[in-house]
Design a protein around this ligand. Structure first.
Ligand code: FRU
Length: 501
């Protein structure tokens, strides 16, 4: 274990988020709802709490709020590390790994071949199957099933396409350093045919990783489906380091055509603010969606960390939490197709220890401690109207004047998250930061839903139009919640706080 893990008590272990018991994790992998359980696999180092020995860890949840960790699902060996990928339920046993009566789960993952192995230096796509509902896995003997002779071909997400062009498996993966999503087709998950490529487009300030492709009804209309292509990139995010962008458009079974591309080819770094981001914070990466969720819901999870400092965050014995599960929908916003993101509604089933409500009040210039809702784990719902304040908002996990600021700067049209005085920040030069995202009032108001946990803040603003996720490492005694206004007054229209711990 590294020096940064010297913290004795496990004070940063999240209450509402998944983290492994005592090991490292990064990307969510193989997200699938199967036999009544949500399965979360993830990039895992089974032997340490820093990146290495990449294998797939495994946890399950009946309700998206409580998770049970299981044995490592797919392990690295002398030939390969097991990089990111996805899982499908092969209901018709197209792969032949199961039987018609007992169809298998099939994992499609990236083999990162090790020095000295038969495919040394390559990244290629491989299969493993499970006949016991996802607990034990067997690697296919004829791996890899898809190689391009590339060292940067990874992160396959496989979906079932059922549309005008037929019914088959579609894989989206990346040629990471070419800023390209590559799309393949298969009938048996074993032999793959190239369909098309997408990119470079919009943000290309870092390698493209972990893509996803899914249809969503526009404004809830099942007759009007559009396709969403998500692509994570590292670095090159809007506030530095790892982040995820998305495109909305059409997929005809062969080609994804984006209706939201701003720049083709290599990015103009000054245009990051015009692109569509899954999250504007610094700690929401490698986000992908669950397969086979009932009622057509599209649920996503991201790795709540950033490759800039991921291996150094001061948690022990584990390192890196997952984000909350988010439900994403597609809506028309000011004439454009945009993703809306909300915490999965299952979160509201958790019984709070205390609840607090405040009615509308003026917010004079200054910092105003709210007596009552103290805690380390909270959901905060707040509505504000701008006055003449330059900046106003909330201070969470506070201690006197210190804390994490979540503010609106109406003149600048910005939502900010300032974690410079959030607690421990000096474990990495780039950690202390102020994140900015564009925000406009809706019906004259600013709406924030904020989940605060032992080491994180997730902001869902303006009814899910904008999200901003950051890690923080406050002292356990930092439990105050305050409101503030700088440079003039603002109005608090309403505030409710559910405290879980
Ligand atoms: C993204 C990533 C993937 C890769 C995995 C390795 O965070 O770099 O591209 O498959 O992590 O752990």
């Amino acid at each position: 274990m590294t020096a940064a893990t010297a913290t004795t008590a496990d004070t940063f272990r999240p209450a509402l988020h998944y983290a492994a018991r005592n090991t490292w994790l990064n990307d969510p992998n193989g997200l699938i709802f199967h036999d009544g359980l949500y399965h979360l696999y993830y990039q895992n180092n089974p032997l340490d709490n820093v990146w290495g020995n990449m294998s797939w860890g495994h946890a399950t949840s009946p309700d998206l709020t409580t998770w049970t960790e299981h044995a490592v699902a797919i392990s690295c060996d002398e030939e390969e590390d097991i990089f990111s990928g996805s899982i499908v339920f092969d209901q018709d046993n197209t792969s032949g790994f199961g039987t018609g009566a007992a169809p298998p789960l099939v994992a499609v993952y990236t083999s990162a071949f090790k020095p000295g192995s038969a495919h040394e230096g390559l990244q290629a796509q491989s299969l493993a199957f499970s006949r016991d509902g996802g607990y034990t896995w067997t690697k296919h003997t004829a791996n890899p099933v898809l190689s391009r002779g590339s060292a940067e071909f990874r992160d396959p997400k496989v979906i079932r396409y059922d549309g005008g062009a037929g019914s088959y498996w579609v894989m989206v993966a990346v040629e990471a350093t070419d800023f390209q999503v590559v799309l393949y087709k298969s009938h048996d998950l074993k032999s793959w045919e190239l369909l098309s490529t997408f990119g470079p487009a919009n943000a290309t300030g870092g390698v493209w990783e972990c893509p996803d492709l899914f249809p969503l009804p526009v404004d809830g209309d099942p007759q009007n489906l559009q396709w969403v292509l998500t692509v994570n990139l590292n670095p090159g995010g809007p506030n530095g380091g790892s982040a995820g962008q998305y495109f909305v458009g059409d997929f005809d079974g062969t080609t994804f055509t984006s209706a939201t591309t701003v720049t083709e080819g290599l990015q103009d770094p000054d245009r990051l603010g015009e692109y569509q981001w899954l999250d504007w914070g610094r700690d929401y990466y490698a986000a992908v969606s669950f397969s086979n969720v009932p009622h057509g819901r599209r649920l996503m999870i991201g790795w709540m960390n950033n490759w800039q400092y991921g291996n150094e965050i001061p948690t022990a014995p584990w390192r890196s939490p997952m984000s909350l599960v988010r439900e994403v929908t597609l809506a028309t916003v000011d004439g454009n197709r945009r993703l809306l993101q909300h915490p999965a509604e299952e979160m509201t089933a958790l019984p709070p220890k205390t609840e607090f409500e405040s009615r509308a009040r003026e917010l004079p210039e200054g910092q105003h401690l709210i007596e009552g809702p103290q805690g380390r784990v909270q959901r905060i719902d707040a509505w504000f109207t701008a006055g003449t304040a330059e900046e106003f908002g909330l201070i969470v996990r506070g201690n006197g004047t210190k804390g994490t600021r979540i503010g609106i700067r109406p003149g600048a049209g910005q939502l900010i998250l300032d974690r410079r005085e959030s607690g421990l920040t000096d474990f990495h030069d780039s950690f202390a930061s102020v994140e900015c995202a564009p925000i406009l009032p809706v019906d004259g108001m600013y709406q924030l839903t904020v989940y605060v946990d032992s080491c994180s803040v997730e902001v869902f603003a303006q009814h899910g139009r904008l999200t901003l996720t950051d890690l923080i490492f406050p002292d356990e005694s930092s439990t105050e919640l305050s409101l503030y206004a700088n440079g003039g007054p603002a109005t608090l229209n309403s505030l409710s706080v559910a405290t879980y711990g």
